[in-house]
Write a protein that binds this ligand. Structure first.
Ligand code: NAG
Ligand code: NAG
Length: 121
């Protein structure tokens, strides 16, 4: 039963890869960059969620901007609950900078639910 389900999902994913959509570098559910070191604070925590829409790939960009002295040390984009095979990746900014933009793209016909934590000082 589980294998049958997995195959069905793979077929759905394969069908979803049309050239017109932006494809992320590597599909994985959660994303971890950098390390939280002593003295770092949680600069931002945001929850992003979309419900499934049939036959649709949903995409969302989430941006954090610090002030001029902000240094981002870790970025954690963690899937909540059961996996829905979405993919997060960094499209701008990042570690050592003061801003970061994370793009989240759902699998076709699925939604997603993530918590995005930005650590730094
Ligand atoms: C700049 O942001 C940092 C957090 O990254 C904060 O600790 C600091 O107080 C801010 N400075 C100013 C001038 O707002
Ligand atoms: C965002 O951070 C990058 C480095 O990660 C920096 O080059 C860029 O200037 C920053 N953009 C803004 C608007 O602060």
């Amino acid at each position: 039963m589980r294998i049958v389900l997995l195959c069905a999902v793979l077929v759905v994913l394969a069908k979803g890869s049309t050239p017109s959509i932006v494809k992320s570098p590597s599909p994985r559910a959660s994303l971890y960059y950098g390390y939280v070191t002593p003295g770092d604070r949680l600069l931002s925590r945001s929850y992003v969620q979309k419900v499934a829409v049939p036959h649709t790939v949903q995409t969302q960009d989430v941006t954090y901007r610090g002030n001029i002295t902000t240094r981002i040390s870790a970025i954690q984009v963690v899937e909540i609950g059961y996996t829905q095979w979405a993919t997060p990746w960094l499209i701008a900014g990042g570690l050592g900078g003061n801003n970061v933009t994370v793009r989240i793209q759902s699998a076709r016909g699925y939604g997603y639910y993530y918590v995005i934590d930005i650590w730094g000082r």
